[in-house]
Write a protein that binds this ligand. Structure first.
Ligand code: HEM
Length: 415
């Protein structure tokens, strides 16, 4: 039953972020809306927040806006699936990004300690070598799918090797990440929920076993750096918490960056003049990555819930209101980004994007993700300066609310 406060809020009964029309072109849907800062979407039972300032306010006020729903399944889980998750040690707030303080800090602080800027810098030669190796496998005389060739395997290779996961287990981890995306951010049927839940339980169990084994065989990986922090004071960071941190990173470091690279290349090639500009001047590449994060972010939506009644964007929200922070819409807010529909390689304030969040949960991997995208684009400009999209290809997008990029992107190296 909706109460009087909610009645003051505009309602868009036909807004459904998992509809085929939305998945195909969310920006067309954004344009067709009346421009309300906040509206209620019954299809998902969330309040949609569209403006930059309101979204930023939510991110910065972590007491009024809890991160609890960040990874919560969008659909009500059937009891069997919920039970499998709980039995597998998967709580409703399963890892750092959905925890509020002080539980959040307990995990974020050691992660930040082990995930130092120096460690990220040290990744650069490995990223370059991996990009080269992946691009060596293409035949430049025929069209190739950029996603399966480069953008999907690159971040997986980088994050899994950074963490220390043995290479033989990478395909399995990639598969588990797919189950995780659909269960938490998609609309699976009851049977699919059970299937995904079993895989999630297996994923968590694998990581627990991995941490236990790694404790005896230390090396120079991120997992070992966390174990060293555990050794200093075992009560401040338990093995279970280390497994939880690895659960965060093995997923967050993968699809986000895969889709970022796909989106950057798509948006550059959509207008060959953009591509030609970055080929002529590699110094434009970091700006191209930021502009893509504003114009077409790989994480277009993130979630929060109100901990008290509050007014946001002029709308009175009750306690417990679930918020769909439409980050992609905040990037098109003309009050912050003039002419937001124009993809501008030289946009002065593109770095202001909220694509990595803000505040205490600000993305820990932002520097790594951007570095991977920059190196990938730079290598492509060198190898295929006349790269073009294969014309007429239909693009498809995985049916979930929070991770967006083309599932395949066919390109050709014209001579
Ligand atoms: C490159 C594209 C990426 C995008 C667009 C992205 C976006 C985001 C967003 C929107 C959040 C939530 C922020 C919030 O709640 O305020 C987040 C959190 C996080 N990201 Fe990323 N991310 C990316 C890459 C990565 C990479 C490569 C890693 C790891 C290596 C990573 C690790 C994390 C972690 C651990 C958090 C949780 C931080 C916390 O709760 O304190 N991300 N990211």
């Amino acid at each position: 039953m909706r109460n009087a406060e909610q009645a003051a809020c505009p309602i868009h009964a036909d807004f459904d972020p998992l509809s085929p029309a939305f998945l195909a072109d969310p920006f067309a849907i954004l344009k067709s809306l009346a421009g309300e800062p906040v509206f209620y979407a019954p299809s998902i039972d969330y309040y949609v927040v569209t403006r930059y300032a309101d979204t930023e306010e939510v991110f910065l006020d972590h007491e009024t806006y809890s991160a609890a729903p960040a990874q919560r399944p969008l659909v009500q889980l059937v009891p069997e699936a919920a039970q499998i998750l709980l039995a597998g040690g998967h709580q409703p707030q399963p890892s750092m990004v959905s925890l509020d303080q002080p539980a959040h800090t307990r995990l974020r602080a050691p992660t930040a300690r082990a995930f130092t800027p120096r460690r990220v810098e040290q990744m650069e030669p490995r990223i370059r070598a991996t990009v080269d190796q992946l691009l060596n496998s293409i035949d430049p005389s025929t069209p190739f799918d950029l996603v399966s060739t480069l953008s999907f395997p690159l971040p997986a290779t980088i994050i899994f090797s950074f963490v220390g996961i043995p290479e033989r287990d990478w395909p399995q981890l990639k598969e588990w990440c797919g189950h995780r995306a659909t269960l938490a951010w998609g609309r699976p049927t009851p049977d699919e929920q059970v299937h995904h839940a079993r895989n999630m339980a297996a994923y968590r169990s694998y990581l627990r076993g991995f941490v236990a084994a790694k404790a005896h065989v230390r090396d120079d990986t991120f997992a070992s750096a966390l174990l060293a922090i555990h050794d200093e004071d075992p009560t401040s960071l338990t093995y279970e918490e280390i497994a939880s941190i690895l659960y965060s990173l093995t997923f967050a470091g993968h699809e986000t960056t895969n889709f970022l690279i796909g989106n950057v290349v798509r948006r550059l090639l959509e207008d060959p003049a953009r591509w030609d500009a970055v080929v002529a001047d590699a110094a434009l590449i970091p700006g191209a990555v930021h502009e893509t994060l504003r114009y077409d972010p790989s994480v277009p939506v993130w979630r929060r819930v109100t901990t008290r009644p509050v007014t946001l964007g002029g709308v009175n929200l009750p306690q417990g209101a679930k918020l769909f922070l439409w980050l992609a819409a905040s990037g098109r807010d003309a009050s912050v980004f003039p002419e937001p529909e124009t993809f501008d390689l030289r946009r002065a304030n593109a770095t202001k994007t909220l694509a990595f969040g803000r505040g205490i949960h600000y993305c820990l991997g932002a520097a790594l993700g951007k570095l991977e995208a920059e190196i990938a684009v730079e290598a492509l400009t060198k190898r295929c300066p006349r790269l073009r999209l294969v014309e007429g290809q239909p693009l498809s997008f995985h049916p979930n609310i929070s991770f967006r990029g083309p599932e395949a992107l066919w390109v050709e190296c014209r001579t």
